[in-house]
Design a protein. Structure first.
Length: 423
């Protein structure tokens, strides 16, 4: 069976909805946040850890797994579910993000690892096409861009596909729509993504339009290949592009939305600020078929998730919670947070004698057994167990947060005035 999507509740006065994605490897309650397993592993965690945390779905990466260990090898070992011993739903990205991260991100000195909103230090941003929006911005997500930050891209895009220079050993690797789909069929994930060109927030209108049109042509080629070699249970998601330009986003939403994809994703540049991202979702989501699940690619901060949910997003993925954990930033309820992002820095000296758990309200293994003082020591000492304990906590926090979001929708809570979820 491929996926079926059942919408079970809607929140009043918003586009928020709760639902169930039925797949061959289990059901997913939505809205849901998926853990990132780029190289067939969520860093520092076992499948048993993920199950105990309540993770419903993980996402792996086509580009990385094609390079190492190779899609042929994974297929010979009975596919990605068996290879990583994860018997629950799986998604694979197509490699489209690497078109950005190994291309424009290197060229421009920006990227999701630093931030995808590189100009929140400016006073306003005005779009040159479509609607003109003047936005008051904040410096929270500043990325410094200078000639010294740019480098030589590791990929070259043409109308047929993308040629990569491997970041591992410099070997040449070619991905086009057909090959990206063939690899994902070999990996055997439940949800696979069409191959697209993920654009930069610094790309011009003209380039963004050309990349969007290329993505639309690739989408049709992906559907053709999917029909030839798919496993019965696999579902293909299309990706809406168009950068931060209203006319392009609307054009892409209509074009991708009318193709026979089983799910839809919002990708590419989401603007130069959080407010631009919200505007992009406001332009795009009303034009997508209501009955299909929607995935917002690469977004994982708590309030960004709420802003996505109220606009009708069902699925989210982001490596940030586990990356924050490894770097000492632990999620806590709003009353105990040091900042608007609801994170404490466990390396802070004030935690050295703190007997409390990371968050007294948390039911994770880490909070039930260890103190902030112990986590503080482990982090400063770079003990390997720290990475597991911290990652367990942050991912469990995300699962609890999403459970609260779903409960609020089912209860009919107006989420636009309930943005203090997680307090």
């Amino acid at each position: 069976m491929s996926l079926t999507f059942e919408i079970t509740a809607r929140a009043p006065a918003t586009r928020a909805r709760a639902g169930i994605l039925h797949t061959a490897h289990g059901d997913i309650e939505t809205p849901a946040f998926m853990a990132v397993a780029t190289q067939a592993a969520v860093k520092a965690l076992t499948p048993d850890d993920l199950e105990s945390i309540g993770v419903q779905l993980v996402i792996a990466n086509t580009y990385h797994l094609a390079l190492r260990p190779g899609a042929d090898k994974i297929a010979e070992l009975d596919g990605l579910h068996a290879f990583m011993n994860w018997q629950h739903p799986l998604m694979t990205d197509s490699g489209g993000f690497q078109v950005f991260s190994l291309g424009a991100a290197i060229r421009d000195g920006v990227g999701k690892i630093a931030d995808i909103f590189p100009e929140e230090d400016t006073d306003k941003v005005t779009r040159r096409q479509g609607d003109k929006v003047n936005l008051s911005l904040s410096p929270r997500h500043l990325v410094t861009r200078s000639p010294n930050s740019a480098g030589t891209p590791l990929c070259r895009i043409d109308d047929d596909g993308v040629t990569f220079k491997s970041h591992l050993d410099g070997a040449v690797m070619r991905l086009d729509p057909e090959r990206a789909i063939q690899i994902q069929h070999q990996l055997g994930a439940d949800f696979i993504l069409a191959f697209d060109e993920c654009t930069s927030p610094l790309d011009t209108y003209e380039y963004t339009r050309a990349a969007m049109q290329r993505t639309h042509r690739w989408a049709e080629r992906c559907l053709e290949q999917h029909a030839k070699t798919r496993r019965d249970y696999q579902s293909l998601f299309g990706i809406v592009q168009g950068g931060a330009y209203r006319d392009l986003r609307e054009e892409s939403a209509r074009a991708i939305g009318r193709l026979p994809f089983e799910g839809l994703a919002i990708g590419g540049s989401l603007g130069k600020s959080k407010k631009e991202m919200h505007a992009i979702l406001d332009w795009t989501l009303p034009l997508l078929p209501d009955a299909k699940p929607r995935h917002l690619l690469g977004i994982g901060e708590l309030q960004d998730i709420v802003e996505g949910v109220v606009r009708g997003i069902d699925l989210f993925d982001c490596a940030s919670p586990t990356r924050w954990a490894r770097n000492g930033a632990l999620l806590v309820s709003r009353a105990r947070a040091e900042n608007a992002e609801q994170r404490i820095s466990i390396s802070n000296a004030r935690f050295a004698l703190d007997r409390a758990p990371i968050d007294p309200n948390c039911d994770c293994y880490t909070c039930q057994h260890f103190s902030r003082a112990y986590l503080h020591h482990l982090h400063r000492a770079k003990e390997l167990i720290y990475y597991r304990l911290a990652s367990i906590h942050n991912l469990r926090f995300m699962m609890r947060f999403m459970r609260e979001v779903r409960a609020a929708i089912r209860a009919g809570t107006r989420l636009e005035i309930a943005r203090d979820i997680g307090a």
